[in-house]
Ligand binder design. Structure first.
Ligand code: CO
Length: 146
């Protein structure tokens, strides 16, 4: 008699249900959109300016996930600081979670560092919270609840 493998233990992603988006910081949003359109035939699924974060985004859908092209709308935006220190490139990874508050608490409980102490509104009507890259192997993580 064989035993079915424990998929949850072998390859489950725990509180992370899907990749929501990979965010790419760009200095020229229109040029980046044109690049994805001309090169890959990709079109923008959603566009939004989030003044509280000082950014404008264009989402390109890839299956059930997005590429989030992100550009600063003010010099004090964290994305503006990122561009001036590191240049264009991958800025953060957004993981979909069923419950942003619960996932954020799990980060705190495990001794992780958070940027947002509590979940807050994100784009597309989502609820989000950011985890500090210094305690997450150099990657800024966004927890996204739809
Ligand atoms: Co994001």
């Amino acid at each position: 008699m064989t035993t079915a493998p424990d998929h949850a233990a072998a390859g489950g992603s725990g509180l992370l249900t899907e990749i929501d988006h990979v965010a790419i910081a760009v200095s020229d949003l229109e040029a980046a959109i044109t690049y994805y359109s001309d090169t890959f035939g990709a079109t923008v699924a959603h566009r939004e300016r989030i003044d509280s974060d000082g950014v404008e985004e264009a989402l390109i859908k890839v299956a059930d996930s997005y590429i989030q092209l992100l550009t600063p709308t003010s010099d004090s935006s964290p994305v503006a600081k990122f561009l001036s220190s590191k240049g264009e490139g991958i800025h953060h990874v957004g993981y979909r979670v069923a419950d942003c508050g619960r996932a954020l608490q799990a980060v705190k409980d495990s001794g992780g560092r958070v940027i947002d102490e509590a979940p807050r509104p994100g784009s597309r009507g989502t609820t989000v919270a950011f985890v500090h890259p210094k305690a997450a192997f150099g990657t800024l993580i966004e927890l996204v609840q739809e």
